[in-house]
Design a protein around this ligand. Sequence first.
Ligand code: RP5
Length: 174
Amino acid sequence: MNSMNSPGSVSATGQPVVGVVMGSDSDWPVMEAASLALEQFGIAHEVDVVSAHRMPDEMVAYGQQAEERGLRVIIAGAGGAAHLPGMLASVTSLPVIGVPVPLKQLDGMDSLLSIVQMPGGVPVATVSIGGARNAGLLAARILGAGEGEEAARIRTAMGEFRSALRDEAHAKGK
Ligand code: RP5
């Protein structure tokens, strides 16, 4: 783990508004990209391991307490029988973004289908297999859609980021 925000940590600045959780330490090489995207937009977040199967009581408590602790979005990554994002979505009203983590078997299709096939009424915004960076960017967009100065700051930064993407694409086309 070479990021400052490894599991168990809290990002340097301010009260965390995004919780980045994963089923195992072994998910971190994939999930780190979510933390780095949040870092890029200066969004305070916490990173933790919360396994749906191996620590179910802690997982339920995490989801139930997330809102009162000040979190506004949860990013949850898991692999295989990837129940963590869906179970968190069932115990919180916060938006949950699911990241299917690819394991050695089945190339992450098992993780994807476990996360994306939620029953009606319990949504999980599912990104692509291994798409943790997009999960971080989507969390930034969700926070940027709100009211107030911090949301406006994030919207401005997202606009600049999108302009940079466009410029890069133009440069590649030349
Ligand atoms: C899942 O089992 C985790 O999210 C991880 O992707 C997978 C394997 O976990 P470890 O056996 O590496 O701890 O719950």
